[in-house]
Design a protein around this ligand. Sequence first.
Ligand SMILES: Cc1cc2nc3c(=O)[nH]c(=O)nc-3n(C[C@H](O)[C@H](O)[C@H](O)COP(=O)(O)O)c2cc1C
Length: 158
Amino acid sequence: MDLYHLIYQSQALGEFGEAELAALLRRGRTHNQDANISGVLLHTTDGRFLQVLEGPKTAVRHLYYHLILSDTRHFHCQVISEGSCDRRSFAGWAMGCRLAQLADLRTLLGEAPADDLGLTHRPYPRPQLLALLEGFVAQGPVETGQAHALDSQPTRHY
Ligand SMILES: Cc1cc2nc3c(=O)[nH]c(=O)nc-3n(C[C@H](O)[C@H](O)[C@H](O)COP(=O)(O)O)c2cc1C
């Protein structure tokens, strides 16, 4: 299989409470499982999202570029990284979900206060970003829904 992953961030448009999140996860998990997609969604209480999608290239790109990108529940969608990969980082989770603090996202994304050159964003290269994400997700409770088998070895977070 042509394994691919895509990481993006976005901002919720308006109120995004527990009920909205639960509905999103329910629908997303069903679709992702059917499409052989795994990954994790980080969200903050003020509505920032960071999601990792991994699976067959066509399925991942279709999900992001045709569905998620045009979803009116969020905006400012920005791809952080995408490309082919050798293994899944979140195998076994159709859509893991983890609450994060804004500071956590800033750290993961390499965001820093403006320096003399006015630079505020130094994104990590993909392997480093994924390692940071795996480490962050492993540190706290992840809501995974029902576990299911996908086509690769589970990682240590399974
Ligand atoms: C932050 C965010 C993350 C999402 N992640 C997924 C996802 O992983 N899988 C999925 O199927 N839909 C996801 N969605 C929902 C899609 O954008 C879209 O609403 C859904 O695929 C449409 O399904 P439907 O046509 O069956 O209603 C996400 C939406 C948002 C706002």
